[in-house]
Ligand binder design. Structure first.
Ligand SMILES: [Zn+2]
Length: 157
């Protein structure tokens, strides 16, 4: 059975649609094991084909469906965009970043690259110079890392 064949849920489905990407299978199993009705879908990654199936699934489901997206940020953000296009509002979509999906953060002060599980916008200590960095949402493709700036620059200056 392919992921494609599993991608659709019953028309009028009302409950939780759990979508995982990449190697997040185990996460899906752990997540939301309460009594709520749920439909679980797994895709290897977010591409044109899988996203169009996701769109069909959301369109078949009832108003009031909830969506949980699990996996690498790049995939779940693409899926969240599709959900928004289908009319799901922010409160109906939960993004669960893959816990093994570390960010690479480039320190603007000592130029060291530190891996962290902290999300964008949070603060952490640079391994190179121990400056407390704030992780910006500016991603440098050249160094394949997010840029980190001193979180307390004003006070230090
Ligand atoms: Zn540093």
């Amino acid at each position: 059975m392919t992921a494609m064949e599993r991608a659709y849920c019953d028309p009028g489905f009302r409950g939780l649609i759990c979508v995982s990407f990449g190697k997040a299978d185990s996460l899906t199993a752990d997540y939301y094991n309460g009594g709520q009705r749920r439909h679980v879908i797994h895709f290897d990654d977010a591409n044109t084909e899988t996203l169009s199936h996701l769109r069909s699934t959301i369109e078949l489901a009832c108003v009031g469906v909830r969506l949980v997206l699990i996996g690498p940020l790049v995939d779940i953000q693409a899926a969240a965009a599709v959900a928004a296009e289908c009319g799901l509002v922010e409160e109906e979509v939960t993004l669960v970043g893959d816990r093994s999906d570390h960010l690479r953060v480039f320190c603007a002060h000592c130029r060291a690259v530190t891996r962290t599980v902290e999300p964008i916008g949070s603060e952490f200590e640079c391994q190179g110079c121990t400056t407390v960095l704030s992780i910006s949402n500016h991603f440098s493709r050249r160094i394949a890392a997010y840029l980190g700036f001193s979180a307390h620059a004003e006070e230090a200056a």
